[in-house]
Each structure stands twice: as C-alpha cells, then as structure tokens.
Write a protein that binds this ligand. Structure first.
Ligand code: ATP
Length: 342
C-alpha cells in the first residue's frame, strides 16, 4: 500500500476548520496509508512562543512527503513595520516553491456573478521573486520606501518550463500576463518567455498586459487555459479569478518546487467567519486533490480523480451550498456530503 507522511499546518482563523475537512477526506481514502504530523505555525504560535514558523516545523516540513496548510495570519498580530505574519510565504521561499498553481473552475453556474458558460483555467503565479522579493528588507529611510520587482533568468526559465509542461497536459494554450509595455523587469520576463516558448512549438501562446487581463477574466474567462505571471500580479488576479467562481472558499492552490510542495486553500484566515462553522471547505478539499495528483502514483492520481468527482457531484445541486455560495450548510455538513460522495 502507498504510504505518505503529511505535515499538517492548521494555522490561524478558519485554517484549523478547513484543514479538518481536508483530513476527513484523506481518512476516507482507504487505498492510501497516511501519517499526519501536525505542527505549530502562524500568528497564534507567534503569540505563544515568539516565532510564527518554528525551526522544528520547518524540519518536519522538509522530511514530509507533502505539506498541507490551513491559513495563516491574524489582523492584529503584526511586525513592527505593519506587515502581517506570513509564514506561508516564508515556506515558499525556504523550499523554493516557485510555481503557485491556482486552478479556477466553475462547478455550478449559480456560484458565478458572470454569465460565463464555462470557467476552467489554471493561473500560475511565480512565488519566490517578483514584487515580493524585497518584502523582508525593512525600511531604509523615513522619507521613502522602495519595493523591487526582481526577475531572474533562472527563476523565469524554471517557471515557464513548468507552465509549458502543464499546458501540454491541458488544452495546449499558455497565456503570459505581464506589464512589458512599461516595466523593464517585465520586458525581460517576456523575453525569457519567448525563448522558452521555442522549446514547445505544440503550445499556442499569447501575451496579455495585466490590466487587460483583469478585464478579460470577467469578459471572456472561457477563452483561457493555462496562464503564467509574476508574483504580485498573480496574487491579485487569483482573487479576482476566485470571485468569478464563488469566492475564496472555491479556490484551491499548490505551491510547487523541484522537491517539495505545499497545498492550501488560496484564501486567508478569514477572521470574520472564524470559529462559526461557516467556512467553505471546498478550496481545501480541492487542494487535497491537487496533492494526491502531485504524488503521482497511480493509486494517488486515481484518488485525486475520485475527490474531484465527489466535489462535482455534490456541487451540481445548487442547494448544496455554504453561506458564501448563498446556502446554509456548515463546514462539517458540506464536508460530510463530499465524503459521502467519494
Ligand atoms: P490573505 O491576505 O491572508 O490572503 P485576505 O485578507 O485576502 O487574506 P481572506 O481571509 O481570504 O482575506 O478573506 C477574504 C474574504 O473571503 C472574507 O470575507 C472571508 O470571510 C471570505 N472567505 C475566505 N475564505 C473563505 C472560506 N473558506 N469560506 C467562506 N468564505 C471565505
């Protein structure tokens, strides 16, 4: 039997609630033997012990087959310069998880504010450089603060190869999102993209400016397959994308590197609904499916398909909805329906 060790990082706010849902789904998959290593991490951990990402947690994450994360951050727990604790971003940088994979799929037309017939694409967000690259530098002056957009050749090449490989498995179309008309860093990003595109002549490519992309994701989301972009642009567009399919509770994600990967819902800790049983667990459950697929063994890939199918079956009925989708189901009721459909 396939055995997998999963590092569990519940974190803050609704993190533990949605992670429970993900684990409930894994426990129902009797064909794989999972071992869970639950580790402290997040703003709550900082309040207890002074460090939002303890060394021991990093070590367990390094050893585990995959990391499953809930959500991190509390609005009132901040560093001296006003930033929130973000150990989930530190983890991406520590393990070189450069590809932030964010699938966006509409499961039921009633979830979308758009009149889109079909929404099914994957946005890949570069996750180790870009406009986040100097986030830890601190302030150098009381008169100005400068954040830099770092684009390296090596970082972009690995990102684009990853994106083309994914596009090859999908509908063979890859869209680059940049701001090459204004920023030199983005013109370079596009240059490297054009070079790597020559290695994949089977994949149709297009290049769209980020501002236009915000428009197109609302006007014609059905025309996209795989998209790739810089860190900050991806951060913003992936929330916009989530809004078109029901909100953050419907947005799974994976942060993938060459050796490790973290799977987590794309949402934050949602303090406004924490502890009330209102969180939509679907984003986490779909992130669990991404983890199973990433493992790659046939049993795991098959289990990933089973989980996606169960979500599809449950959500096909518009009445099966948590509050964010206009319904009344609690986190555990929605989880129960999905586990029941496996
Ligand atoms: P971060 O900056 O950490 O990504 P954020 O400030 O963007 O977080 P979220 O915590 O993602 O904010 O919450 C944004 C909105 O989406 C809130 O109104 C929250 O209640 C809602 N939301 C987030 N996740 C869920 C969920 N799983 N189910 C229902 N609503 C959610």
């Amino acid at each position: 039997m396939v055995q997998k060790q999963i590092a569990l990082l519940p974190g803050d706010g609704i993190g533990p609630e949605v992670l429970d849902a993900g684990v409930a789904v894994l426990r129902a998959l009797s064909e794989i033997d999972f071992e869970y290593l639950e580790m402290p991490c997040g703003a709550g951990e900082y309040l207890k012990n002074g460090n939002p990402l303890p060394e021991e947690t990093i070590e367990i994450c390094r050893q585990a087959d995959a990391i499953l994360l809930g959500a991190m951050g509390m609005p009132n727990v901040r560093w001296a310069d006003g930033r929130e604790m973000a150990p989930q971003i530190d983890i991406r940088e520590i393990f070189g998880l450069y590809a932030g994979v964010r699938p966006t799929r509409l499961y039921n037309a009633s979830h979308s504010p758009l009149k889109a017939p079909k929404i099914d694409y994957v946005l890949i967000r570069e996750s180790t450089e870009g406009l986040f690259s100097t986030r830890l530098r601190g302030r150098e002056s009381t008169e100005f603060v400068k954040d830099e957009m770092l684009v390296t050749r090596a970082g972009s090449e690995r990102l684009f190869r990853f994106s083309f490989e994914l596009a090859m498995k999908q509908r063979k179309k890859l869209t680059l999102i940049d701001k090459a008309n204004v920023l030199p860093s983005m013109a370079f990003f596009r240059e490297v993209f054009d070079e790597i595109a020559k290695e994949y002549p089977q994949v149709e490519t297009e290049r769209v400016y980020v501002d236009a992309m915000a428009l197109y994701l609302v006007q014609r989301p059905h025309t996209f397959d795989v998209m790739v972009t810089e860190n900050m642009f991806g951060d913003i567009l992936s929330d916009l994308a989530a809004a078109t399919v029901g909100g953050m509770g419907m947005a799974p994600s994976a942060d993938i590197g060459d050796a490790q990967a973290v799977f987590q819902p794309a949402h934050g800790s949602a303090p406004d609904i924490a502890g009330q049983g209102k969180a939509n667990p679907v984003a986490t459950i779909l992130s669990v499916a991404m983890m199973l697929e990433w493992f790659g063994e046939p049993e795991c890939v098959e289990a990933a398909g089973k989980v996606r199918k169960a979500v599809e079956t449950v959500l096909a009925d518009a009445a099966n909805a948590t509050g964010d989708l206009g319904g009344k189901l609690s986190t555990s009721e929605m989880t129960g329906l999905i586990v029941g459909a496996l």
